[in-house]
Ligand binder design. Structure first.
Ligand code: GLN
Length: 446
């Protein structure tokens, strides 16, 4: 049924960039056989799903929606896919994304952007826009995305879905094509918070293949309980500066729902998050410029034709293979790491990262969870990126980047609609390894 739905709707949504009916049917048949034999199956078995195109799949092209990775077929599976495959997950195909996960619209994809299932003239968000478009358009039950500065939460918010960015280290990054290694995390995009908890429990875990992974401290699902009484919900006014009026009103409504459910509202201060955006763009670009050094035309995918020397080959491959946004970030990152500017930009950003972490640590000594907007606005119109300069688009990441800088978990949950019927999202932010707390709160709110 899902493959038929993809056949009917994927042309309009552009959610999938590669469809894998054989893999899907094989997994589905394996589950069928188990059921016929009277064997027990687990929750995720036989459930149709999708993976963002930066999550490695053995024997199946993984191109990060970039020209430079065209034809690259990984020889190993990402940890998260190993875990889901072992549960007979039905992979329907690879989902669209901004090239190398750099963007907020999915329109930096070499295959063109994915559309918003709520309104096809609008984008589904980015960078995990394909996964959000697929789940929102009922072309998958859940999707895995990656979130470096909001790429799971922002598309979830734009499409009226739930998106979880786990604690840094809760989910292994083994097999996730690196963008900014100190910020990247894989997480689920789902229809509701319970589904997000189920998928999170399946993909989290300590993995010796990723030295920064440590797993989760507690399963999210069994903790889902009814009561919110006594939950201290922090409200930081810094998060509400520059937010569009209707988004703010929707958030205020959500805050009063939490109050009615018995939560205690606590004002907290996060003064350093005002620096989070420049800190993010300096650190993310610096790390990206290093991580993307490996695409030299020899090791992976695309190689330019007709070159005169090895230097010329690498130059041409990278010039032709990378899109404009990726090049901009490599240049920015190389600049902030260069000897003359390292202290002024990179080192200063690292110090400010410490200040952001400190602010959250203090806030969480006084509350259990922080409630904030996910994005200052709703989904952009398709093609409108051309009317904004790059920095204007970067500014829209203002509410999502602080948690990546601090390494803490956050879930985006739908909390209303704007005048055009486009979804508005809120973030529930938890302390390290408190996925259970925020997912439970999200579920009670739903
Ligand atoms: N929009 C942000 C960026 O372009 C976040 C991307 C992400 O989380 N991968 O960097």
């Amino acid at each position: 049924a899902y493959l038929r739905a993809i056949e009917a709707d994927n042309k309009a949504l552009n959610a999938y960039v590669r469809i894998t009916p054989d893999t899907a049917l094989q997994a589905a048949c394996a589950v069928d056989k188990k059921i016929a034999a009277g064997e027990a199956i687990c929750l995720l078995e036989g459930i149709p799903m999708t993976l963002k195109d930066n999550i490695s799949t053995r024997g199946m092209e993984t191109a990060c929606c970039s020209r430079i990775l065209q034809g690259y077929v990984p020889i190993y599976d990402a940890f998260v896919w190993q875990e889901l495959k072992a549960r007979n997950a039905v992979l329907l195909g690879k989902a669209n994304m901004d090239e190398f996960a750099m963007g907020s619209t999915c329109e930096n994809s070499c295959y063109g952007g994915a559309k918003n299932p709520r309104n096809l003239t609008h984008v589904s968000g980015g960078s995990s826009g394909g996964a959000a478009s697929a789940v929102g358009g009922n072309l998958a039950v859940y999707g895995l995305g990656s979130d470096t500065g909001g790429s799971i939460r922002q598309p979830a918010s734009f499409c009226g879905l739930v998106g979880l960015k786990p604690t840094y280290g809760a989910v292994s990054r083994f097999g996730l094509v690196a963008f900014a290694s100190s910020l990247d995390q894989i997480g689920p995009i789902t229809q509701d918070a319970e589904d997000a908890a189920i998928v999170f429990d399946a993909i989290s875990g300590k993995d010796p293949q990723d030295s920064t992974s440590c797993g989760s401290e507690e399963p999210a699902v069994p903790g889902l309980s009814k009561s919110l009484s006594g939950l201290r919900v922090g409200i930081a006014e810094e998060y509400f500066e520059g937010i569009r009026g209707d988004v703010k009103a929707s958030l205020e409504q959500a805050i009063s729902v939490f109050r009615e459910m018995g939560a205690e509202l606590v004002p907290v201060g996060l003064p350093s998050i005002r620096y989070a955006l420049p800190v993010y763009y300096i650190l993310a670009c610096a790390e990206a410029s290093s991580n993307l050094g490996r695409y030299d035309g020899i090791r992976y995918g695309y190689q330019a034709a007709g070159y005169s020397s090895i230097h010329d080959m690498i130059c041409r491959t990278r010039s032709e293979g990378f899109g404009a946004e990726v090049k901009r970030r490599i240049l920015l990152g190389t600049y902030v790491l260069s000897s003359g500017y390292y202290d002024a930009y990179y080192k200063k950003a690292q110090k400010l990262r410490g200040a952001v972490i400190q602010d959250f640590t203090e806030a969480f000594s006084r509350c259990d969870m922080i409630l904030a907007p996910t994005v200052p606005m709703t989904a952009f119109e398709s093609g409108s990126a051309g009317q904004r300069d790059a920095v204007e688009t970067y500014l829209t990441d203002i509410c999502t980047v602080p948690v990546n800088i601090a390494g803490i978990p956050a879930v985006s949950v739908p909390c209303g609609l704007d005048g055009e019927g486009l979804p508005i999202g809120m973030q529930l932010i938890g302390n390290h390894f408190r996925e259970r707390t925020i997912l439970n709160a999200a579920r009670q709110y739903e």
